[in-house]
Design a binder for this molecule. Structure first.
Ligand code: C5P
Length: 207
């Protein structure tokens, strides 16, 4: 049997990260949050004082990315969000990160991101596309930021989510979209426990 790869894609704050982590723990598989790779590259570019849209710099930093970059404490927040989205539209950056992701999944894994089921593992055993209304996603992200004491307001959070989704869906390389054979899970009206139960049921059906 081929090692099972479970691909979980979807827009920001739809719950895919939490679902991926829990499914991986339940099935005893390693988990990779691929957004961290783009966030790590973005941070390295920002550290150099460069523009995250600068393809030459971003590609060089993607090739130099280290495991330690993925453990930094400053990978989340509005600046990192938008910079990650910007570097992720650069073909050379995506190409530089592809081998690492494929290697990570070679013995079976759960990976979450935007293009796992479409580009990284087009023949994944299970593909989930986790989504939710932009209002529900903005509400969750706002609550998350508030609980961490980050000063923000719901309107700003929603506007930034919309902008990032649009940027991720409109890019020409590996845009955010559901693979034709992905199972779509809409978490708009589900809490995390209900979403996990639904996701696990879909995964088990395919395994
Ligand atoms: O998932 P997360 O919000 O951490 O991802 C940060 C950014 O990285 C996304 O907005 C997207 O632009 C990019 N990304 C990507 N492909 C992936 C994962 C993330 O382009 N597989």
């Amino acid at each position: 049997m081929k090692p099972p790869v479970i691909a979980i894609d979807g827009p920001a704050a739809a719950g895919k990260g939490t679902l991926a982590r829990r499914i991986a723990a339940e099935l005893g598989l390693p988990h990779l949050d691929t957004g961290l790779l783009y966030r790590g590259v973005a941070r390295r570019v920002l550290d150099r004082g460069a523009d995250p849209r600068d393809a030459a710099v971003a590609e060089r930093e993607a090739r130099a990315l280290l495991a330690a970059d993925l453990r930094r404490g400053d990978l989340r927040g509005p600046e990192a969000d938008m910079a990650a989205s910007a570097v992720s539209a650069i073909p050379g950056v995506r190409a530089a990160l592809l081998d690492f992701q494929r290697h990570f999944g070679r013995e079976g894994a759960v990976l979450d991101g935007r293009d796992i089921g479409t580009v990284v593992f087009p023949d994944a055993l299970v593909k989930l596309f986790v989504t939710a209304s932009v209002e529900a996603r903005a509400r969750r992200r706002f609550e998350e930021l508030r609980s961490k004491g980050v000063p923000t307001d719901p309107e700003t959070v929603e506007a930034e989510l919309r902008r990032r989704d649009m940027q991720d869906a409109a890019r020409s390389v590996a845009p955010l979209r559901a693979a034709p054979d992905a199972l779509v899970l809409d978490t708009t009206t589900l809490d995390i426990e209900a979403a996990f139960a639904a996701a696990l049921a879909l995964v088990r059906e395919r395994m």
